[in-house]
Design a protein around this ligand. Structure first.
Ligand SMILES: NC(=O)c1ccc[n+]([C@@H]2O[C@H](COP(=O)([O-])OP(=O)(O)OC[C@H]3O[C@@H](n4cnc5c(N)ncnc54)[C@H](O)[C@@H]3O)[C@@H](O)[C@H]2O)c1
Length: 357
């Protein structure tokens, strides 16, 4: 089992990564012995893994469960209230602890419930999608959606620990698995060209879901995320680099009402478009766009050839991106593969050329 220590100003915590570690009674005992526990999961993940988790928890301990409906459309105030009501029923005090068993939706929602209950109780993240393992579960961002937009109600609340059991990915649908790989590619693209090279070499193994390759990809990604979060917990600087590809992605997702692409798929397209923007601005030679296009295709992800909404509509959405400052666009671009930076001198004409090019 690999242990990565995440160090932030508000809290240091371990991320345990391995195969089959959900079923590790010694680990659970060390983390939650004597605590009142609320396991929050959903109706897809609970039948697969709740039993294993419950059997691994300290015998005789008290734990309650709350199984929520599945889907982003349930990352709502109503479901957050259900978690809060359950904590109230349990008479949960400051020493209670939530265990979030599921993908990013459950992690974000249960995380926000933990952040807000009595101004913050412990949460242990047990992410079961690749996206949640390499991204959402580490770093302490929690949120629910508001009718006015995604993730508008949220808080920074670092978990007590994260337990990543890569074996849970065996049941993940292929499309969800590939979408998670987009975020893995992102870490190589923004900060680690050796990792990007490795991913290129490992494409077949990753497609075949070889456990050693997945484990290595998750460990490297979590290390990268931990470094960024340690340097900039509250996203005031360097953490913004993690948004590489995301400005285009959010515009694509909003314009297609979140119906056509999974987030990771939109990020794959967005990373390629961002690399193209860099080339067009004369910042790199075009190699980044070519290699990103090849790697995304090799891992079954869509690319910039995808049928996208009209450029004008996407630009409209990008103008409203919350990362913009003082009316200026704020894009994460690449100097070269493995080196990202924030760039603000971008015009509508630049974006239009990228989207129609
Ligand atoms: N907090 C952060 O830093 C952060 C970062 C990125 C994304 N997010 C959030 O994460 C969410 C997306 O997360 P996601 O991609 O994990 O989606 P998700 O939680 O909806 O999971 C995707 C699907 O896979 C199912 N599933 C989960 N684990 C499974 C398993 N092991 N086997 C079979 N099916 C399984 C889920 O029930 C769901 O149907 C979004 O709400 C996004 O805003 C948060």
């Amino acid at each position: 089992m690999e242990v990565i220590e995440v160090q932030t100003r508000s809290r240091n915590y371990p991320v345990y990564i391995g195969q089959g570690i959900l079923n590790n009674p010694a680990l659970w005992s060390q983390l939650v012995n004597g605590r009142r526990l609320l396991i929050v999961s959903n109706e897809i993940v609970a039948p697969l893994y709740l039993d294993t988790l419950c059997k691994a928890l300290p015998a005789g301990g008290q734990h309650e469960q709350l199984i929520l409906p599945d889907g982003e459309e349930y990352k709502t105030i109503d479901q957050w209230m259900r978690v809060s009501d359950k904590l109230a029923d349990m008479k949960a005090g400051r020493d209670a602890c939530i265990i979030a068993l599921g993908g990013g939706v459950i992690g974000d929602l249960a995380g926000f419930a933990a952040a807000s209950w009595m101004r913050g109780i412990d949460i242990i993240q047990v992410p079961t999608t690749l996206l949640a393992q390499v991204d959402a579960s580490v770093g302490g961002k929690t949120a629910i959606n508001h009718v006015a937009g995604k993730n508008l109600l949220g808080a920074f609340h670092q978990p007590r620990a994260v337990i990543i059991d890569c074996e849970t990915l065996n049941t993940l649908p292929t499309r969800e698995y590939r979408a998670g790989l987009a975020e893995v590619i992102k870490y190589g693209a923004i900060g680690d060209s050796n990792f990007f090279n490795w991913l290129e070499q490992q494409a077949d193994s990753l497609n075949a879901r070889l456990p050693e390759s997945i484990l290595q990809a998750v460990i490297t990604s979590v290390n990268a995320k931990a470094d960024v979060v340690a340097a900039d917990e509250l996203e005031q600087g360097q953490r913004a680099l993690l948004n590489f590809g995301h400005t285009f992605a959010h515009a694509i997702e909003t314009a297609t009402e979140y119906k056509l692409w999974l987030h990771g798929e939109a990020v794959a397209i967005g990373m390629i478009l961002a690399a193209r923007l860099g080339t067009q601005l004369g910042l790199d030679t075009g190699e980044a766009e070519q290699r990103l296009t090849r790697l995304c295709a090799a891992l079954g992800l869509p690319g910039a050839e995808s049928q996208l909404p009209p450029a004008g509509e996407l630009i409209e959405h990008m103008r409203l991106d919350k990362k913009n400052l003082g009316g200026q666009y704020r894009f994460i671009l690449l100097k070269t593969l493995g080196q990202a930076f924030i760039h603000t001198e971008i015009t509508d004409a630049d974006l239009s050329a990228v989207l129609t090019g």
